[in-house]
Design a protein around this ligand. Structure first.
Ligand code: SIN
Length: 283
């Protein structure tokens, strides 16, 4: 089944109109959505306005709905996280406000997420994604040699500790610390093969990756700094300006994302679900 996809950039992102995810999805359509996601890595569906039950049902088209460590879910539904920053929370860090792939420190990091805009600032609060298939393909040869076949160490220990100057994380996201499974170090291939498309993608990120396996943090730092600078080059990115009811669906295996924190004085609320992934396979 062919979907009418409007590309956002040459290789990343697609807008998809004419679909109503408040209705159960036929398997053929769910398969077409998975194929579109594997190809475009992030899909944008305007005007969905799903309730939490429908958001979860749509999530199931991509994989089993899964819960995530550290973050307290919405009181309305334990499978939904309310990504919220209140209008009076000025001058603080925000949830997801640096380049990352979600929960990369888990043994089986999520396959992806769905995020629906509920309440938005008049301007600002955009989200960026960066395509890690293209980033890998275009990585300078010396870095390719360094990373191919290597593993990188990830840890969830910095979760919720805002690393950027300016301090604490929004109080509207409640973080519960001390999950030993998530806080431990975990090695994953630095370049992973996508199970749906077979494509190779870089799989390190500046929040949770601490070093390359076999190297110290000091030895890894200059290598990783070059890799991060490359991974987030503007030509690998797309930026979404949200409208209420917009639904974004992203692939967490082969993208990084970044929530732009430029809307102090305004409330921003989105609902987020997550679908399960697998232990990353080396490319
Ligand atoms: C996230 O990292 O999941 C949050 C994205 C956003 O708020 O735009």
């Amino acid at each position: 089944m062919d979907l009418a996809l409007e590309p956002v950039t040459l290789r990343l992102g697609a807008r998809l109109t004419g679909l109503d995810l408040s209705q159960p999805l036929a398997e053929e359509l769910a398969g077409a959505l998975r194929a579109a996601l594997a190809e475009r890595l992030v899909l944008f569906l305007p005007g969905q306005f799903l309730d939490m039950a429908a958001l979860k049902r749509a999530t199931e088209a991509f994989g089993p709905v899964t819960r995530v460590p550290y973050v307290e879910p919405s009181p309305e539904d334990p499978d939904v996280v309310a990504v919220l920053k209140e209008a009076d929370e000025a001058g603080i860090a925000t949830f997801g406000g640096d380049w990352h792939s979600d929960f990369s420190f888990l043994e089986r990091p999520p396959g992806g997420s769905l995020l629906q805009a509920v309440e938005l600032p008049p301007v600002g609060g955009d989200t960026l994604w960066a395509d890690q298939v293209t980033a890998w393909e275009t990585l300078p040869e010396d870095l390719k040699t360094e990373l191919a076949g290597s593993r990188a160490i990830h840890t969830g220990a910095p979760y919720g500790a805002a690393r950027r100057p300016g301090g604490k994380l929004s109080r509207s996201i409640r973080i519960s610390r001390g999950d030993p499974e998530a806080d431990r170090e975990r090695a994953h291939p630095a370049v992973r093969r996508h199970p749906w498309s077979g494509r190779a993608a870089l799989f390190v990120n500046p929040i949770y990756t601490t070093r390359l396996d076999g190297l110290s943090e000091e030895e890894s730092a200059p290598i990783l700094a070059r890799v991060y600078a490359h991974m987030t080059r503007p030509e690998f990115c797309c930026r979404h300006r949200w409208r209420p009811g917009d639904l974004a669906i992203w692939d967490n295996r082969a993208t990084l994302h970044f929530a732009v924190n430029d809307y102090d004085g305004h409330r921003r609320l989105l609902w987020r679900t997550t679908f399960a992934g697998e232990a990353p396979m080396a490319a």
